[in-house]
Design a protein around this ligand. Structure first.
Ligand code: IMP
Length: 180
């Protein structure tokens, strides 16, 4: 098993690149089935979701779609600050659009809760959420429960495949869990 030591923390490989690819394909197949007759707008939540989004949108079949980006931040190191900051705001008109938010991980759900409200306030016809990872035990906002989930995880902190630790480790090809 591959391991990484970073800033005094020990991480162990949890999902291999092959497992990640299978999860992405499963999510893509479900989205393809639901959106082949629609014209969805994918809203990719930067920074973390860029790796998942790149693989996911290329794995879709027969989905005529647009993709745009939004950048928010609520974390510092391993802890949430509870405040959502729009660093790159929404630049696309979402009025009457069927929006699918692409996230790397849904933790407390604060980010998705606020983003959904933002998109609905701007007239989105529907808003669904696709996430690579979901921490159901940590969910605090019920409306943030994702519609498409790559893999569920308990409360552990994870890195890789877009997920960072203080800005680093996003480039890992697998997902690693911190070990106490
Ligand atoms: P939420 O708003 O609490 O749901 O947090 C969502 C955001 O927190 C994600 O987009 C990530 O940027 C970050 N995050 C939550 N858990 C982790 C983790 O285990 N590793 C890395 N980032 C995380």
């Amino acid at each position: 098993m591959r391991t990484i030591d970073e800033q005094g923390y020990h991480f162990e490989e949890w999902l291999t690149p092959e497992q990640v690819a299978a999860d992405v394909q499963q999510v893509a197949d479900r989205i393809s089935a639901d959106y082949h007759d629609k014209e969805p707008l994918f809203v990719v939540v930067l920074n973390g979701a860029f790796v998942f989004a790149a693989d996911l949108i290329r794995a879709l079949k027969n989905v005529h779609c647009e993709t745009t980006f939004i950048r928010v931040s609520s974390y510092f190191g391993m802890a949430t600050t509870g405040q959502l900051e729009f660093i790159v705001p929404l630049q696309q008109v979402v009025d009457q659009r069927d929006v699918v938010i692409i996230e790397d991980i849904v933790d407390t759900g604060l980010t998705i809760h606020q983003l959904k409200a933002h998109l609905r306030a701007h007239g989105a016809n529907s808003v669904r959420v696709a996430t690579m990872l979901f921490k159901p035990e940590k969910l605090e906002y019920n409306d943030a429960r994702p519609d498409y989930i790559g893999h569920e995880i308990s409360e552990e902190f994870v890195i890789g495949y877009g997920l960072d630790f203080d800005g680093f480790m996003r480039n890992l090809d697998a997902i690693y869990k911190v070990k106490e």
